[in-house]
Write a protein that binds this ligand. Sequence first.
Ligand code: MG
Length: 114
Amino acid sequence: MAHDNHHTNDPLRDLAHSTLTFYERFGLQPDVADMIQNFREEVGELVEAAQDGTDKQHIAEEAGDVFVTAIGVCWASGVDIEQLVAQVYRVIAKNDAKNHETHVYTDGKIRRRK
Ligand SMILES: [Mg+2]
């Protein structure tokens, strides 16, 4: 699939296409180890920003970097954009279907009821 800057009003799909266009422009090779390193760095920056907690814009920026580098990990691993987008919509549907009868919030996490 060609990657251009055509926006779809689907932020995830737009971000995925933008990221791959960006990588193509700089001739990145799909190296899983490199992409994992970039992802870990951005996760660390997000954690640091969130723990500091003062600059909401900075936290949002770092979260955006985490999304981009997660897409990079998928790209380097051979995951198709549409496969990723479809999975995100599956997560949305699964989460939307969870309720107090199926799940419970305990120890800082929402867990399936036993
Ligand atoms: Mg960052």
